[in-house]
Design a protein around this ligand. Structure first.
Ligand code: KG4
Ligand code: ZN
Length: 355
């Protein structure tokens, strides 16, 4: 079992992030450098630009966060970095820096599955009143992921359902673009929706009521595009845009609550906690709908504060701590992976190396 603090590195998409947590999971220092400015002119994340930005920011960021934590590299108990899934350029940069530090100071290295980091965030000490013991249900809703997962333990995940087309955050971003809003669209769309009428447009609720807990958002997005096209070219009337935003957001919230409800029914009495993670979990309307669905089934809803819902390195360091506590480490030749599902066989503790 590791004793020293753990350094976490996140670079799987467009956030360069570093965190240092003590062995109990208390945050000693952390920082997220968003690359929003670099990608905004392109209306989305450009992988090559992301990789170069990680390379430019990460080494110095790691040094500064370690300094602020007051921890010497040699005093670390381990180094953890997101090794997938995600954009391969950024993953190579983050993993390379982590392995370099581990090699230079003879530290245990953990190749963290980014989805596992989201999944285990709820177990950070003090985050969920009463803690988040296994098993629990995870609803992961971000720009790249949309899935319901039964979390039975570290490395033990059962995927109950996922999106057949777009992720929820992707749908927010695409609809925001249709409304002429800047990228990333989710937060801006939520602010616009606050002054809109969610009942004005009766957009479709894809998958609502269907068995299982798969998701689909492309039909909803197309319906919004069709509505936008009915209006004259040029900027939409402000109230129309707000009403479309509110009606779209309502539809997504209802679908997510319905799908998560089915997932809770699939898990039944096995669990009593629904954890929502990913950038979209910051949305208040969606949280309220999920809270209602959870309460109806005797489940508690837990959501991390927004800065821990979106990509960050605290969750990566924490996943590293959870693995190190089980004696799980990775070899320095572990190759980062653009695709790495949570239920991949080598996620399971018995399939990975032990320290
Ligand atoms: O988890 P995240 O930071 O990055 C990954 O995709 O991994 O999630 C970003 C996504 C974006 O699609 C963004 O538009 C969406 O989360 N998002 C929101 C809100 N805040 C962020 N969507 C709806 N409402 C929000 N308040
Ligand atoms: Zn993420």
């Amino acid at each position: 079992m590791q004793t020293g603090p753990v350094l976490g590195i996140e670079s799987s998409c467009d956030d360069t992030a570093v965190a240092v947590l003590d062995a109990d999971g208390r945050v000693l220092a952390e920082q997220v450098l968003s690359q929003e400015r670099e990608h905004a002119p392109f209306g989305g994340v450009v992988p090559e630009i992301a990789a170069r930005a990680h390379l430019a920011y990460l080494p110095d960021l790691a040094r500064r966060v370690m300094e602020r934590a007051g921890v010497a590299f040699a005093a670390l108990g381990g180094v953890a970095a997101s090794a997938g899934p995600g954009l391969i350029g950024g993953l190579i940069v983050g993993s390379g820096v982590a392995k370099g530090i581990a090699l230079a100071h003879r530290l245990p290295y953990v190749a963290v599955n980014h989805l596992e980091a989201h999944a285990l965030t709820a177990r950070l000490p003090g985050l969920v009143p009463g803690g988040a013991p296994f098993p629990y249900l995870l609803l992961l809703i971000s720009g790249g992921h949309c899935q319901c997962v039964a979390v039975h333990g570290v490395g033990r995940y059962r995927r109950l359902g996922g999106t057949v087309d777009d992720a929820a955050g992707e749908a927010f971003d695409k609809v925001a673009k249709l409304l002429g809003l800047p990228w990333p669209g989710g937060p801006v769309l939520e602010r616009l929706a606050a002054s809109g009428d969610p009942r004005r447009y009766d957009f479709p609720r894809p998958m609502l009521g269907r068995p299982g807990c798969d998701f689909s958002f492309s039909g909803l997005k197309t319906a919004v595009a069709r509505e936008v096209a009915r209006h004259p070219a040029g900027p939409l009337d402000g109230q129309v845009a707000a009403d479309i935003a509110a009606s779209f957001q309502r539809a997504v919230a209802e679908v997510l609550a319905d799908r998560a409800g089915h997932a809770m029914d699939m898990l039944g009495m096995e669990a009593d906690l629904l954890v929502v993670a990913g950038g979209v979990a910051a949305n208040a309307t969606i949280r309220a709908a999920l809270n209602h669905a959870a309460a109806q089934r005797g489940y508690r809803l837990a959501a991390a504060p927004p800065r821990l819902c979106t990509d960050n390195a605290v969750m990566v360091a924490w996943a590293g701590i959870e693995r190190l506590r089980l004696g799980l480490t990775d070899a320095l030749d572990f190759a980062p992976r653009p695709r790495w599902p949570l239920d991949a066989p080598d996620m399971r503790p018995e399939k990975r190396a032990r320290a």
